[in-house]
Write a protein that binds this ligand. Structure first.
Ligand SMILES: [Zn+2]
Length: 274
C-alpha cells in the first residue's frame, strides 16, 4: 500500500495526506504507529536513497593457451605457465587447453558433401543448350534459389499457355440466353443459406467486361528482364532449363574470355544486382 502511494501520488501534499490515511487505517486494524512509520521510511528510502556506489572491481580477463598434449610433460608445462602468469599478471587468467593432433573427426572422412545447389557464394555458369553461349555469375545465396530466380524471370517472357479460348467458350455458351442459375424458388431448405439474388449475365455485359480487362492488360508495363537468361531468351528465343546451370570451381574457369565475363559480371553485381 505504501509502495503504491509513493508511485501514484504526484505531489508531496497528496503523498502526506495518503500517508496519514494509511496510518489511520493501520491504527484501526491494530498496527502500532512505529511499525507503520518504519515501513513508510523503508519504502521512501528505497525510492529516494541512491544505491551505494559499487566499488569498481578490476576486471580479469582470461587468456586461452593451446598446448599440444604430450602427456605429463605438457601438464607440468601448463602448470608452470599458469603460476608464472599469476605471479606476473595477477589480472590475467590463463586457461590451458591441451590440444590433440588426432581427433575423432579425422577418422570420419566420408562426411556428405554439400550438394552444389545448396552451396552459397558459388560461381556458376549457365550454358545455352542451343547456341552454347554461357553466362557466368556469382551468387551469394544458395545456388538453387538463384537458379529458380533466373527461371522464374525467364518464365515471364515465355509465351503464356492460352487459357482464354476455353473460358470464352463457356461465356459464349452462357451468352446465348440469360444464365438460368436456378429457376425454382430458392429456399433455405435447399441451400442451407439465406436466399441470394441470382445475377443474370448478358452477352453485352460480358463483352463490356472483356473490353475492360483488355484495356487493363494494355496499360500494364511490359516486364523488364532482370536476368541475363531472360535477355538471352528475348534475343534468341532460346530457353534455359535447370540442367543448363553448373557450378564452376576456380580450376574450371577455362579461358580468359570466361574470366573477363566473370569480372564484368561481378563489377555489375556491385553496382546493380541482377
Ligand atoms: Zn542460346
Amino acid at each position: 500500500m505504501v509502495h503504491r502511494t509513493i508511485q501514484i501520488c504526484s505531489s508531496y501534499k497528496a503523498l502526506h495526506a495518503e500517508f496519514q490515511f494509511i496510518r489511520k487505517i493501520s491504527k484501526r486494524n491494530g498496527y502500532t504507529s512505529n511499525f507503520v512509520d518504519s515501513i513508510i521510511q523503508r519504502q521512501l528510502n528505497l525510492k529516494y536513497e541512491r544505491p551505494a556506489p559499487v566499488p569498481p572491481t578490476l576486471s580479469t580477463d582470461t587468456v586461452v593457451s593451446k598446448i599440444p598434449c604430450l602427456g605429463k610433460e605438457s601438464q607440468v608445462y601448463g602448470k608452470l605457465v599458469t603460476s608464472a602468469v599469476a605471479k606476473q599478471y595477477p589480472l590475467k587468467k590463463v586457461r590451458i587447453v591441451y590440444d590433440v593432433a588426432d581427433r575423432i573427426g579425422r577418422n570420419f572422412k566420408n562426411k556428405d558433401a554439400v550438394p552444389d545447389e545448396l552451396k552459397a557464394g558459388v560461381v556458376y555458369e549457365a550454358t545455352c543448350s542451343q547456341c552454347n553461349n554461357s553466362y557466368i555469375e556469382q551468387s551469394c545465396r544458395h545456388l538453387k534459389t538463384r537458379i529458380n530466380e533466373h527461371l522464374s524471370d525467364q518464365k515471364t517472357f515465355l509465351p503464356q499457355p492460352l487459357k482464354m479460348p476455353a473460358s470464352n467458350k463457356k461465356k459464349k455458351k452462357n451468352s446465348q440466353n440469360p444464365i438460368p442459375l436456378y429457376n425454382g424458388p430458392i429456399t433455405r431448405l435447399r441451400t442451407g443459406k439465406p436466399p441470394s439474388s441470382s445475377i443474370k449475365l448478358y452477352k453485352d455485359d460480358i463483352d463490356e467486361l472483356l473490353k475492360q480487362t483488355t484495356i487493363k492488360l494494355k496499360n500494364d508495363q511490359p516486364p523488364v528482364p532482370k536476368s541475363a537468361i531472360s535477355k538471352h531468351y528475348i534475343k534468341t528465343h532460346h530457353t534455359f532449363t535447370k540442367n543448363d546451370f553448373s557450378t564452376i570451381t576456380p580450376g574450371r574457369v577455362k579461358n580468359i574470355k570466361n574470366i573477363i565475363i566473370f569480372i564484368i559480371d561481378v563489377i555489375q553485381h556491385r553496382t546493380a544486382p541482377l
